[in-house]
Design a binder for this molecule. Structure first.
Ligand code: ADP
Ligand code: MG
Length: 250
């Protein structure tokens, strides 16, 4: 949770960001900050721009106007070392996309070995520690196809943590899971939030939002319509579109 020093550099900052896909204006004047250690939930109707918003943080999508900063650094600056930059952001998608032909342990050690050139012993020790944290120490030698969806998503979280990123982005990490597996993934996300890692989570899990996050951002038609503390968001949804959204999903 948040333990921000007032005036310190935000971990992520959007400054008047606009993005179009062709004629489709998908991000409209986005101004938004995430402090170090803060956990922000992004929600809103389908097509409102949530995925696009978090994909721009990782430079997976170009923007046409404005700036995005990671810990004060302009992420679209020509001088930016993109590979080094990407190592500072962990990304967990709806589809876990594990390497199917590699064991769980090899999935988690892949980036530390290939990208960071860490010694194998060290990478494996850290991977086992991460698997322990997501409750899968016993599955290190299993192959993804033999795991449940919830277990695969927990491996994907361990893999994203393997480069020790200061920021974790989640894009609907539980939406592709059978209902009985949602809880185990949210449990892992809750424990990460408590450890003070900065998190931006696109999710419709409103229980998680209410209990865990510091702020809820609600998007509609490419705009941030509400950016509020969870209590204010849930108890006084003063925006009609938020009320409609909550009525539909709760
Ligand atoms: P959400 O995650 O809130 O459902 P998205 O960010 O995926 O919304 O989509 C926002 C808008 O951008 C939608 O109109 C969608 O059709 C469009 N869009 C998303 N991805 C692409 C893409 N790769 N190419 C063109 N249009 C896209
Ligand atoms: Mg999406």
């Amino acid at each position: 949770m948040s333990d921000t020093v007032p005036g310190s550099t935000p971990m992520v900052r959007f400054d008047a960001v606009d993005k179009w896909y062709g004629d489709n204006h998908v991000l409209k004047n986005i101004n938004f900050e995430v402090a170090k250690g803060e956990v922000v939930v992004v929600c809103g109707p389908s097509g409102s721009g949530k995925s696009t918003l978090i994909r721009t943080v990782n430079r997976l999508e170009p923007i046409q106007k404005g700036k995005i900063y990671l810990d004060g650094q302009d992420i679209y600056a020509p001088s930016l070392d993109v590979n080094a930059f990407r190592q500072r952001i962990g990304f967990v998608f709806q589809q876990f996309n594990l390497f199917p032909h590699m064991s769980v342990l090899d999935n988690v050690t892949f980036a530390p070995l290939k990208i960071q050139k860490r010694p194998r012993g060290e990478a494996e020790a850290f991977a086992r520690e991460l698997l322990e944290r997501v409750g899968l120490a016993a599955k290190a030698d299993a192959f993804p196809g033999f795991l449940s969806g919830g277990q695969q998503q927990r491996v994907a979280i361990a893999r994203a943590l393997a480069l020790n990123p200061p920021v974790m982005l989640f894009d609907e990490p539980t939406s592709a899971l059978d209902p009985e597996m949602v809880g185990e993934v949210l449990q892992v996300m809750r424990s990460l939030a408590r450890e003070g890692i900065t998190m931006i989570c696109v999710t419709h899990e409103m229980g998680f939002a209410r209990d865990v996050c510091d702020r809820v951002v609600f998007m509609d038609e490419g705009q941030i319509v509400v950016d509020a503390a969870p209590d204010a968001f849930f108890e006084n949804p003063d925006h009609p579109r938020v009320r409609r959204f909550l009525a539909d999903i709760l």
